[in-house]
Design a protein around this ligand. Structure first.
Ligand SMILES: [Zn+2]
Length: 253
């Protein structure tokens, strides 16, 4: 079995592990982003409720103040009533006082209604604030988890990348260039650069290869590239041998 073939199989397995290693970290990054969006949304909701709560409180206070002002006026008018001698003037002031009392009563009813609104909004605000704090705590825990994961991931990746480099250096220049170019042009991870061919068919793009190429793949000596997708095609026993070497942790030299 060709050594370069086994090395290619090992490169693909390393590529798979690199993707797997990054996945845990990448999923956490997405979780943090999602949670950040939730916190933003909850902050907006909390602020909206707070604005409505503040506005309702202001309205209630204004009504209370107007009631106080009107009551003070009423006292003055009632005092003045005692000093009036003219019957007509007394009647006029009396009617003004009655009207003022009705206005005060109405304002007091409105103030009571406003208080109920203020209390309701206060309860909504407390609930919104609590939801926000819970979400903020979650994001704190996630960020901690992520920073631990970042360290573990970069350590693992560093080791995988140097392993990958060592494998790359041990294959012929031409094949290394092909491999690096292909992986570089693929956005998806894991990038598939080496595939198992079965029954004369490329395992990646399903193109039927030329009979001579299938014979070469089965001989397991030369690297054969798919004419359809340009990937290296190996026999399944080559992939199995590569997996065995990777499991044994044998360094490429
Ligand atoms: Zn192919």
């Amino acid at each position: 079995m060709g050594e370069d073939l086994k090395t290619l199989a090992r490169l693909q397995l390393t590529e798979d592990r690199i993707a797997e290693t990054s996945k845990v970290r990448d999923e956490l990054v997405i979780k943090v982003e999602t949670q950040t969006a939730i916190v933003k949304d909850l902050t907006k909701k909390r602020n909206e409720v707070q604005d409505r709560f503040d506005a309702a409180k202001r309205e209630w206070r204004e009504i209370e103040e107007s009631v106080d002002t009107k009551k003070a006026e009423l006292k003055k008018w009632e005092a003045r009533l005692q000093t009036l001698q003219d019957w007509r003037e007394q009647q006029a002031l009396n009617s003004a006082i009655r009207e003022h009392k009705r206005t005060i009563e109405f304002a007091e009813t409105t103030a009571n209604e406003k208080i109920a609104v203020v209390e309701e909004l206060e309860a909504s605000f407390n609930a919104a604030q609590e939801a926000l704090e819970t979400a903020q705590n979650n994001i704190g825990a996630l960020n901690e988890e992520l920073s631990v994961q970042q360290v573990a991931t970069s350590e693992a990746l560093e080791s995988e990348m140097s392993h990958r480099q060592a494998l790359l250096e041990s294959i012929p220049d031409e094949d290394r260039r092909r491999y690096v170019n292909l992986v570089g042009s693929i956005k998806r991870r894991p990038a598939i650069a080496v595939t198992v061919a079965r029954k004369g068919i490329c395992g990646f793009c399903n193109v039927t290869m030329q009979p001579q190429n299938w014979i070469e793949v089965q001989r397991q000596e030369k690297i054969i590239y798919c004419q359809g997708c340009r990937r290296a095609m190996v026999h399944e026993s080559v992939m199995a041998a590569g997996a065995e070497l990777e499991a044994a942790g044998i360094l490429a030299s």
